[in-house]
Design a protein around this ligand. Structure first.
Ligand code: NAD
Length: 471
């Protein structure tokens, strides 16, 4: 069985389990679960040495209950039709959980980006966009990609450029893709948004004293021992925010191996070491672990898988020592592992909620692109003036003179980045509580994943009913 097939089964089983706790019409549930469109294409691409190679690429649109569809593009040798369908379905549930008005989608090209030059990757990316546009599988009102494993802002810039060339005069063309560089219509704060969202989501979970007590933990992030698997976009930024909040990074795993230090690893120094030596191994003061997957079994409070799907399995789940597993990656825990972790009293915070920060800020970027104006541009100066006048009035009444530092702190008007981060914080914090309520109300009958899925199914079902499609 391919990884993709196992992953799709895993997502569908999670859906079925949750659907059993709802009272929606079975046809409506079957409609929500099914992938609506699956596009496959193959195309020839010229390598730098003149050879021609045939590429295989997909785009799955899981749901059209809200449009456009939204989801990343993955470049990996493991990409197949089932993997993109699994990831697209997760996007539907994720968007619903954080009230982002999109249907779920995902795309991918079967290639290892490390084996291609930037010029080759550019040719592949532009041709993929051409194929998507030809089949009406892309556009600001149809389907809006973003990065995922193996892609970044660079690929998003190529995508935006190709799309705008193919659609001359389309006013909202820049809204065809998100996580673009800021200079190409992106939004400040998007690069780190998923990792930041993982941090906000975990902080919300850790702030509930009663739940932490049940795990034998204290409230908050400070002092918690954290292990991160994967120092890519999501894992690196998540590690950074946990470290800034006072968590201790006791283990890191990457493709080349894993390192550990009970005293803590400085993530910036580990990144610098990796840039210099092309590996995290042999980091001063840390121990190299025998295998990269051994990091998952380190003694810690919080385990953050932030690499790929199906990393915690029935094989290693009995040895996981963390009290909390934070699914920064999509689908890192198999269904069997999920059950084992639950039986062992380990709380798993599901991907569909905790890694939704990326799509949340992508939504802000899309809104910015359709509005054609940077957030904060209209109000920043006005806010600064208003707060300044307020401070002057306080000075007049109290006779106290504020220092320039105090004035600067209070009168600071919100920039685009401030607004993005505060919107993200609000989204992640408020989205957790309906999930927790479902979990608590059902008194042990469901775990957090099933609770999140119930919330998502209810929201998607309501959309279909409101559209008049189902009674
Ligand atoms: P990335 O390619 O930037 O990073 C993945 C990292 O994991 C790489 O550094 C890679 O070397 C490492 N890795 C791969 N296999 C590993 C293994 N077996 N052990 C340890 N490390 C390994 O990808 P990303 O964008 O950070 O995405 C990571 C996960 O987060 C994926 O599951 C993705 O679907 C999910 N995700 C990403 C975003 C986003 O905005 N980028 C949003 C939501 C979810």
């Amino acid at each position: 069985m391919s990884v993709g097939a196992g992953f799709l089964d895993q997502v569908n089983q999670a859906f079925d389990r949750a659907a059993g706790f709802t009272d929606h019409d079975p046809t409506l549930l079957a409609n929500i679960k099914a992938c609506k469109n699956l596009f496959y294409t193959s195309f020839p691409v010229k390598r730098d040495d003149g050879r021609i190679e045939v590429m295989h690429a997909w785009r799955a649109q899981h749901s059209h209950h809200k449009l456009p569809c939204k989801g990343g593009i993955r470049y990996s040798e493991a990409v197949d039709d089932e993997e993109v369908q699994a990831l697209a379905a997760l996007m539907t549930y994720k968007c619903a959980l954080v009230d982002v008005p999109f249907g779920g989608a995902k795309g991918g090209i079967k290639l290892n980006p490390k084996k291609y030059s930037p010029a080759e990757l550019e040719r592949v990316t532009r041709r993929y966009v051409f194929e998507l546009v030809r089949k009406n599988f892309m556009g600001p009102g149809l389907d809006v990609p973003a990065p995922d494993v193996g892609t970044s802002a660079r690929e998003m810039a190529w995508i935006a450029d190709t799309y705008t060339q193919l659609r001359p005069g389309e006013l909202d063309a820049l809204g065809c893709v998100t996580a673009k560089p800021v200079s190409a219509g992106g939004i400040r704060g998007r690069t780190e948004a998923t990792g930041r969202g993982v941090f906000y989501g975990t902080r919300e979970v850790c702030n509930v004293v009663e739940d932490m007590k049940a795990l034998g933990l204290t409230r908050g992030i400070e002092g918690k021992r954290v292990v991160v698997q994967g120092l890519g976009n999501v894992g690196y930024h998540a590690a950074r925010f946990f470290q800034e909040a006072g968590a201790v990074l006791v283990g890191i795993s990457e493709s080349e191996g894993a390192i550990a230090s009970p005293k803590g690893l400085d993530v910036e120094r580990v990144m610098a070491h990796r840039r210099e030596h092309r590996k995290i191994l042999d980091f001063p003061g840390a121990t190299n672990l025998a295998r990269r997957e051994d990091a998952l079994e380190l003694d810690c409070d919080i385990l953050i898988p932030a690499a790929l799907e199906r990393q915690i399995t029935a094989e290693n789940a009995p040895r996981i020592k963390a009290k909390l597993v934070i699914e920064a990656a999509n689908g890192p825990t198999t269904g069997e592992a999920d059950e084992i972790l639950g039986e062992r009293g380990i709380l798993v915070v599901p991907d569909a909620y905790v890694n939704a920060g990326g799509v949340t800020v992508s939504y802000f970027e899309w809104v910015k692109n359709l509005g054609h104006v940077r957030f904060g541009r209209m109000q920043k100066r006005f806010e600064q003036g208003a707060y300044g006048r307020l401070l002057e009035a306080v000075e007049e009444v109290t006779g106290r003179k504020f220092t320039p530092t105090e004035i600067e702190r209070v009168t600071h008007g919100a920039s685009e980045e401030d607004l993005v981060n505060s919107g993200l914080e609000e989204t992640m914090s408020s989205a957790y509580h309906p999930i927790r309520e479902q979990w608590k109300q059902r008194q042990g009958a469901v775990n957090l994943r099933t609770a999140a899925m119930i919330v998502a199914i209810d929201k998607v079902a309501l959309s279909y009913v409101q559209l008049g499609i189902f009674p």
